[in-house]
Design a protein around this ligand. Structure first.
Ligand code: HEC
Ligand code: HEC
Length: 333
C-alpha cells in the first residue's frame, strides 16, 4: 500500500503525467520479483526421490476406487494444471460443484481450495481422494492396494526410509511433487529483471493499469499475483464460498484470490468457470459485479477505453511462463 501514497503524491504533483509514471513503475517491479527458491516445510523436506514418487502417485489411476481417475485428470499440465471446462466430472461421472483450480505455485499458499478449508498440501490430498464424486478411495484400501505393488514398496522405502506405505507418506509424497510445480520465467519476469525489450509497450501500459486505474493489485499482488486472502468479487453465484468454512456472513461468496501466472492458458475462469475469456473477466471488473452486502469494498466500477482493455489483457498474457514440457511417468508394477 505504500505505493498508493506515492501514486497519490505523484498524481498531485504531475496531474498530466499518464497514470503511474516510469519511476513508480520501476519501483513497483521490486514487489513482483520471483523468489529464488521453493519453500519446503521442515516436517516434509525436499528430496528428489519424494518428488519422483509423488509424481507417480499423481498420475496413477489406481489411486481411485474404480481405477479410472488420477489427480492429473482434473489438473492437466496442458491446461495450466487445471481443466478447460467450467465443471469437471469425477470418477462417478458426475459434475463437481466448482471449477478445478491450477496447482501452480501452491508451495507459497497456505489455505487450499477455493474456500481455504485445507491448511496444507499434505492435508489437502485426502479431499479429492476420498470424495465420492472424485476418486472415491478410502485410505485403508489405498494403502493395501499400493502395498501389493512391488515397485511402489521400494520407491516408498527410498523416499521415506523406514516409514512404509501409509496415509502420511502418500500425502507427503504428493505434496512434495506439487510444491515443485512452479510456473516458469515469463516475459514479465525478464522485464522485472531489467530487460526493457521483454515486454511490449501494450503490456507495459497494462501493468500500469493493473496497479493503477484498474486497481487489480489491491488483491492480485506479489510475484504470484495473489494476496492469498478471500474476497467476494460479485459474481452471480449461490455458492457460500468462505462462509461455508467460517460461518461468517461477511465471508458469503468470498473465494481465494487465485494467482495469475500462466492465466492465458487457464480458461474458463473463476470458482465456477463462469467467465470464458480474459476480456470477459475485465468486463466483469469494470462493471463491478452484482451488488450485495458481502461484496468487497475494493470492487469499485471503472471504465477502460478499448485500447486500455487490450493493454490490460496484453499484460495478463505476458505472465505465461516458458514451462518445460511435462514427461509422462512409467507407472510401477
Ligand atoms: C474430478 C476432478 C478432480 C480430481 C480427480 C482431483 N481434483 Fe484437485 N481439485 C478439483 C476441484 C474441483 C478443486 C476445487 C474444489 C474446491 O475448492 O472446493 C480442486 C482443488 C485442488 C487443490 C487446491 C488448489 C488451490 O488452489 O487451493 C489441490 C492442491 C488439488 N486439488 C490437488 C489434487 C490432488 C493431489 C489430487 C489427486 C489425489 C486431485 N486434486 C484430484 C478437482 C479434482
Ligand atoms: C477485491 C479483490 C480483487 C480485485 C480488486 C481483483 N481481483 Fe481478480 N480475483 C479475486 C478473487 C477473489 C478471484 C476469484 C473469485 C471467484 O472465483 O469467485 C479473482 C479471480 C480472477 C481471475 C480468474 C483466475 C482464475 O484462476 O480463474 C482473473 C483473471 C482475475 N481475477 C484478474 C483480475 C484483474 C485483471 C483485476 C483488475 C481489473 C482483478 N482481478 C481485480 C480478487 C480480486
Amino acid at each position: 500500500m505504500r505505493f498508493f501514497w506515492i501514486f497519490v503524491i505523484f498524481g498531485w504533483l504531475f496531474p498530466t503525467a499518464t497514470a503511474l509514471g516510469n519511476e513508480v513503475l520501476n519501483a513497483l517491479k521490486e514487489d513482483y520479483r520471483r523468489p529464488a527458491s521453493i519453500p519446503f516445510p521442515k516436517s516434509n523436506p525436499y528430496t528428489a526421490e519424494r518428488v519422483a514418487l509423488g509424481k507417480l502417485l499423481f498420475f496413477d489411476p489406481r489411486l481411485s476406487a474404480s481405477q479410472n481417475m488420477s489427480c492429473v485428470h482434473c489438473h492437466n499440465p496442458s491446461f495450466g494444471w487445471e481443466m478447460p471446462t467450467a465443471k469437471t466430472v469425477g470418477s462417478a461421472d458426475m459434475p463437481l460443484d466448482r471449477h478445478s483450480p491450477t496447482l501452480l505455485n501452491l508451495a507459497w499458499t497456505e489455505a487450499l481450495f477455493w474456500d481455504g478449508r485445507a491448511d496444507s498440501l499434505e492435508t489437502q490430498v485426502a479431499g479429492p481422494l476420498e470424495a465420492p464424486k472424485e476418486m472415491n478411495m478410502l485410505f485403508p484400501d489405498l494403502v493395501a492396494r499400493l502395498q501389493s505393488i512391488k515397485g511402489y514398496r521400494s520407491l516408498f522405502e527410498k523416499a521415506y526410509p523406514g516409514e512404509g506405505i501409509t496415509q502420511q507418506t502418500i500425502e507427503k509424497a504428493i505434496a512434495t511433487f506439487e510444491r515443485t510445480l512452479v510456473s516458469g520465467p515469463a516475459p514479465f519476469d525478464l522485464w522485472v529483471e531489467g530487460d526493457d525489450s521483454a515486454l511490449t509497450e501494450e503490456a507495459k501500459r497494462g501493468f500500469d493499469l493493473f496497479n493503477g486505474k484498474a486497481q487489480c493489485s489491491n488483491c492480485h499482488m506479489g510475484w504470484n499475483l495473489t494476496d492469498n486472502l478471500f474476497h467476494d468479487i460479485g459474481l452471480p453465484t449461490n455458492d457460500p464460498g468462505r462462509a461455508g468454512v467460517t460461518g461468517d456472513s461477511d465471508d458469503q461468496s468470498a473465494f481465494k484470490t487465485p494467482g495469475l501466472r500462466n492465466i492465458a492458458q487457464r480458461a474458463p475462469y473463476m470458482h465456477n468457470g463462469s467467465l470464458a475469456t480474459l476480456s470477459a473477466v475485465i468486463d466483469h471488473y469494470e462493471a463491478g459485479g452484482v451488488q450485495r452486502d458481502s461484496v468487497s469494498a475494493m470492487m469499485e466500477p471503472f471504465t477502460l477505453s478499448a485500447q486500455e482493455q487490450a493493454d490490460l489483457e496484453a499484460f495478463l498474457e505476458s505472465l505465461t511462463g516458458d514451462d518445460p514440457p511435462v514427461t509422462l511417468p512409467v507407472l510401477p508394477q
